[in-house]
Design a protein around this ligand. Structure first.
Ligand SMILES: [Zn+2]
Length: 291
């Protein structure tokens, strides 16, 4: 009997709301502007619903609905930060490997390999230059590069991916997305790298360091210092292109999607200088010739 009564009430309320919706062409005009108004509307709705039913239910229902209202609309804060992604699993499946030929091709297609006469940050001259952001401007390409990096480190229990600004911001984000971890970046400040914006590394946390182009290893070393300072563990390094020709050693596993041998000269020996080609200075990166 009680069940039928509840059903009839629910049905009545449902049809009343439906008719009202039809009339107004939208939801009945409950004050839905803000969370508090919604909470109040919610609390009022339940007592109306229960008016015809058993006394016990009338007693319980408003209390329960009020409780639900609070839970639904009151902001909740946690003292211990937890990942908002819950138990998100890594999305890396064992995909097809991206070959260094394909990576090279993508740099060429993006016109990121420039030819001319360039002054490198080391002071040396080179006939070729790598404008990495010409390739990083293509999200699908960045996606493919980062999926490959993630694939190579999928079995290394990486807990956080860290990159130095600026290219490292994109790469850390995308590699982390693939590995199901956090992705953070270290910024330059007073000649060193620091974590800002609330980013932190826990002692012992396994970090994958990612960067775009490895030249002399300066920005990678500065970023390793950040990891060491936090007492975290450097689990590996990944770069899109190693243009040191594999000469830089960090004492940990280094994965480069592309290894380049840079043609470069001291100014005195530079063929372009001798040919009278004007010298250009672009960014801080230079010169590829595929090995
Ligand atoms: Zn020169």
């Amino acid at each position: 009997m009680q069940g039928i009564s509840i059903f009839c009430t629910l049905s009545r309320v449902y049809h009343r709301r439906k008719r009202s919706r039809k009339r107004n062409g939208r939801r009945p005009k409950a004050p839905l502007q803000d969370d508090e108004a919604r909470a109040v509307a919610h609390r009022q709705f339940i007592p109306v619903l229960m008016k015809d039913t058993d006394g016990l239910l009338i007693e319980r229902a408003p209390a329960a609905s009020a409780q639900r209202g609070r839970l639904a609309f009151a902001p909740r804060y946690s003292s211990t930060p937890r990942s908002p992604e819950g138990d998100a699993r890594p999305v890396v499946e064992q995909r097809r490997m991206l070959s260094s030929d394909e990576v090279y091709r993508k740099f060429v297609d993006a016109s990121a390999l420039l030819e001319g006469h360039f002054l490198l940050s080391s002071g040396r001259h080179s006939p070729t230059y790598l404008e990495k952001f010409l390739v990083l401007q293509y999200p699908r390409t960045v996606e493919a590069f980062c999926a490959e990096i993630a694939r190579r480190f999928a079995g290394d229990n990486i807990e956080v991916v860290l990159g130095p600004t600026t290219g490292g911001v994109l790469l850390a984000y995308e590699v982390a997305k693939n590995l199901g971890t956090r992705g953070i970046f270290a910024e330059a400040e007073n000649g060193k790298r620091v974590l800002r914006r609330g980013f932190a590394l826990k002692p012992g946390e396994r970090v994958l360091l990612v960067d775009d182009i490895l030249t002399t290893g300066g920005s990678v070393r500065d970023t390793i210092a950040v990891i060491d300072e936090a007492g975290a563990t450097l689990a590996g390094i990944a770069v899109l292109a190693d243009r040191s020709g594999g000469k830089v050693d960090f004492g940990v596993r280094l994965e480069a999607l592309l290894t380049l041998d840079v043609e470069q000269y001291e100014a005195a020996d530079c063929p372009q200088c001798k040919a009278g080609i004007p010298l250009t200075k672009r960014g801080t990166t230079a010169a590829p010739k595929m090995r």
